[in-house]
Each structure stands twice: as structure tokens, then as C-alpha cells.
Design a protein around this ligand. Structure first.
Ligand code: UDX
Length: 433
């Protein structure tokens, strides 16, 4: 199959590289000439484990290439994927679809022969209908079908998620698209991955409903964690105890400082707006958004409490800034709320993250350090915000010797309270009294 990917951001690049690895001929398009130049010369603009190798292998095999011009690629494509950004629109929280519709306009002018146009971007229900309308208006003669095929990729595990997904969702209205989509995902059929064929609107909603449910699940365990602290119970045991019930499931029950990232905050907000507009509000998700926003800011009080309520003039060492480990992504990272809140309470912040280069432009008055031990040096309290593996195996005696007072606030529960206390640390975590 000939595949064209419009938009070579996170989703477009991972999907393009994986489709090429399935054996398809893939061209990834992006308007950003410097990004395409970088990809052409072997560079990878994002940090995602395994992606550099996957891209290099498929470029070498002649199945994957990059271009700034869509014309030739769209003309020969069996399937054109729209994988451009859909950020939250300033002011109202709706998804901003201007890039999606601009891509549809451009594709319309280039179509040649029957082509399946697939939205990979997360788009509100009804976007596929609008894309169809835009293309028909511009090219009444064009032979095409618009399909919804949402991605469920987790950053840091995106290649695995693409190649071994729990399911693939395909929403279509035109049966001519079915054999094309089936052929694209043929390697997954061999793995017996369920492929859910459904209507386009249903598929668009599945993506939002899935992400909102996961955000709700995290928020639920976060509230239970607070209750555990109040009642003297242990949230990890509660999570295990409820998660073994197959109806609940053990995943996404790690209590923490609140969810962040490029998807959950944006998609929950967009679902709330869509549902309100449709006259069918999703109050559970409205509340989830509120609780999560408040939670991130409230983490500073937990740090203050570890120092008997007073952060004025204290030095806080922070470990981990990205919204989760194995990514360089800072979008809606809890650190972006927690650190300014700590500073507001009078703390000086020094921080380290293995990939948090971007954080340097997003945070002010933070002293960025070269490793975890430097971040601990001279600190009154050390706070783990993101659970990078390298923070799980710190030389705790060294950390203790470097700090002014050995106090650790572990917002990801990566240490055992008894271990830390037996080593002479004052230790606070989430939901473990
Ligand atoms: C998510 C979805 O998992 C993915 O299917 C979708 O396509 C895009 O959004 P991602 O944002 O990459 O993926 O990361 P994910 O691993 O889901 O984590 C999101 C946030 O939730 C992170 O801030 C993470 O720390 C937090 N989280 C996750 C928890 O606090 N507890 C958990 O148990 C799981």
C-alpha cells in the first residue's frame, strides 16, 4: 500500500515508521522544512525509545521517506492519514481543527483515483463529516472515503502500542474503505488483534471516551489516595485489591500528582465542551478535570508539610519534570504547576530531568542541574515528580550526605516508606500513611 502521512509530529512519525515497518511504502509530509531536513539526515525530532532505529531501518529499506510537498505523495496514495495537531483552542477548550481542515483542503486539490482519507488526529465527533464536506465542495469529481482511525499510543511505549495494540478502531461510512484499512493493518490480523469496525462518529467518540475514562480512573485512585492518608490505609494495597477484580483491572491505578501530557488534559476538556454543546453534559468528566487541576497545585502543600509547613527560603530539589518518564514532552506536565506553586511559597527550586530540555524555557528562576545528586546538593527537601528509572536506584546514603536535611517527598511512590525511614530519611509519599 502507498501511505501518505500529513503531519510528522509525534503521532504521524510513529505511525508512519510503524506502517513502513509493516511493509507499506510511506511518505511523511510536514510543512516544517527544518524538521524534514533533520529527518532526511537521520535525526529524530522527538525522544521516543526505539524510534531512531525503526526510522533508520525503514529509510534504508526504501519504504520510508520525508517531504515538505504533499502533491506527488497524495496522488499515488491508497491512504492519506491526517495526523496534524488539534490543540485546545484558547479560551473555550474546544479542539482547534484549523490544521485538520487546512490539510483536508490541501488533500482535496491533489486527489487522483480512489483514496481513503484517514483521521489519526484526535478529533471531535462530526469532524469526519466536515472533512468529507470540504473535499466534496472543492472536488465534486473526487473518488474518496473519509475514515476515523484513532491512535491509542502512549508516549514512551508508542511503537509497542502501535504494533501490539489491544485493539484497532476503524470508523467508516463507505464500504470501499474497508479492504484498504484491512490491508493496512494486515500484520495485526495475523496477531489476532481485534479490529473494531464501526461508524465514523462512533469511532471518533471511542477515542474521547477511552481517554476520559482513563483520566477518570487515575483521578479516582488519586482521591482514594488522599482518603488513605486521612484514614491510615495504603493506596497501593487498595489499588491491588480492587485491580485484581477483572471488571476493574489493575492498570492506571497508580496514584500520583495528577495526570498531564498531550492527551488527557486536552481530550477531557474537549469532551466536556462537545458534550455541553450537544446538551448532554458529562458531569463526571467535568469534575475529573477540576479535581486534577486542583491536585497538581495542591502538591506544593504536601512538600511544605514535609518541612513543617514552611518553605520560605528553603531549597527544594526536584527530580523529574516531563509529564512522565521516557519522553521529553512537557505538555501539561504536573511540574509546570507544582514548581511555580513551590516558588510562591518562598522556595528556591533546583531541578534535574534526563530529557527536560524544554522545561528550561517553560519555568522561571529554576536552577537546572546536571544530575540527581546535584539536584539534592544543599536541598532541604527532595521531591520526585516524575518516576524516571534512574531515580528508582539512587545511592540514598550519598543523597542523604548531600542534603541539608534528608527529607524526600515521593509523588510517584517509587520508594518504600520503611526503607527510607530506616535510612534516616523523613519520607512522604502519596496515599501511604
Ligand atoms: C495517553 C493514553 O494512554 C493513550 O492511549 C492516548 O493515545 C494518549 O494519551 P500518554 O499521554 O502518552 O498516553 O501517557 P499515559 O501513560 O497514558 O499517562 C498520562 C498521564 O497520566 C501521565 O501524566 C501519567 O503520569 C499519568 N498516570 C498514568 C498516572 O498518574 N497514573 C497512572 O496509573 C497512569
Amino acid at each position: 500500500m502507498h501511505v501518505t502521512m500529513i503531519g510528522t509530529g509525534y503521532v504521524g512519525l510513529v505511525s508512519g515508521a510503524c506502517f513502513a515497518d509493516f511493509g507499506h511504502d510511506v511518505i511523511c509530509i510536514d510543512k516544517d522544512a527544518s524538521k524534514i531536513e533533520r529527518l532526511k539526515s537521520g535525526g529524530i525530532p522527538i525522544y521516543e525509545p526505539g524510534l531512531d532505529l525503526l526510522v533508520a531501518q525503514n529509510v534504508k529499506a526504501g519504504r520510508l521517506s520525508f517531504d515538505t510537498e504533499a502533491a506527488a505523495a497524495v496522488k499515488k496514495a491508497d491512504a492519506v492519514f491526517i495526523a496534524v495537531g488539534t490543540p485546545s483552542r484558547r479560551g473555550d477548550g474546544h479542539a482547534d481543527l484549523s490544521y485538520v481542515y487546512a490539510a483536508a483542503e490541501e488533500i482535496a486539490g491533489l486527489l487522483d483515483g480512489f483514496t481513503v482519507i484517514v483521521t489519526k488526529s484526535t478529533v471531535p465527533v462530526g469532524t469526519g463529516d466536515e472533512i468529507e464536506r470540504i473535499i466534496k465542495a472543492k472536488r465534486p469529481d473526487a473518488q474518496f472515503a473519509v475514515v476515523s482511525n484513532p491512535e491509542f499510543l502512549r508516549e514512551g511505549a508508542a511503537i509497542e502500542d502501535f504494533k501490539r495494540p489491544d485493539r484497532v478502531v476503524v470508523g467508516l461510512e463507505d464500504e470501499r474503505a474497508r479492504p484498504v484499512m484491512t490491508e493496512l493493518y494486515r500484520p495485526l490480523y495475523l496477531n489476532e488483534t481485534p479490529i473494531v469496525f464501526t461508524s465514523r462518529r462512533t469511532s471518533e467518540l471511542i477515542k474521547y471516551a477511552a481517554n476520559a475514562f482513563l483520566a477518570l480512573k487515575i483521578t479516582y485512585i488519586n482521591e482514594i489516595a488522599d482518603l488513605c492518608e486521612a484514614l491510615g490505609a495504603d493506596v497501593q494495597q487498595v489499588a491491588k485489591g480492587i485491580g485484581l477484580d477483572k471488571r476493574i483491572g489493575g492498570k492506571f491505578l497508580n496514584a500520583g500528582p495528577g495526570y498531564g501530557g498531550s492527551c488527557f488534559p486536552k481530550d477531557t476538556l474537549a469532551l466536556v465542551r462537545t458534550a455541553t454543546d450537544a446538551g448532554s453534559p458529562v458531569r463526571l468528566i467535568e469534575t475529573t478535570v477540576e479535581i486534577n487541576d486542583a491536585r497538581k497545585k495542591a502538591m506544593s502543600a504536601k512538600v511544605a508539610k514535609a518541612l513543617d509547613g514552611d518553605l520560605a527560603g528553603k531549597t527544594v530539589g526536584v527530580l523529574g519534570l516531563t509529564f512522565k518518564p521516557n519522553t521529553d514532552d512537557m505538555r501539561d506536565a504536573p511540574a509546570l504547576d507544582i514548581i511555580p506553586a513551590l516558588q510562591k511559597l518562598g522556595a528556591k527550586v533546583q531541578a534535574y530531568d534526563p530529557e527536560g530540555e524544554e522545561a528550561k524555557h517553560m519555568l522561571t528562576d529554576v536552577d537546572f542541574k546536571a544530575d540527581a545528586y546535584e539536584a539534592a546538593t544543599g536541598a532541604d527537601v527532595l521531591v520526585i515528580i516524575t518516576e524516571w528509572d534512574q531515580f528508582r536506584a539512587l545511592d540514598l546514603d550519598r543523597v542523604k550526605s548531600l542534603m541539608i536535611s534528608p527529607t524526600l517527598v515521593d509523588l510517584r511512590n517509587i520508594y518504600k516508606p520503611e526503607d527510607l525511614r530506616s535510612r534516616g530519611f523523613k519520607y512522604a509519599s502519596i496515599g501511604r500513611a
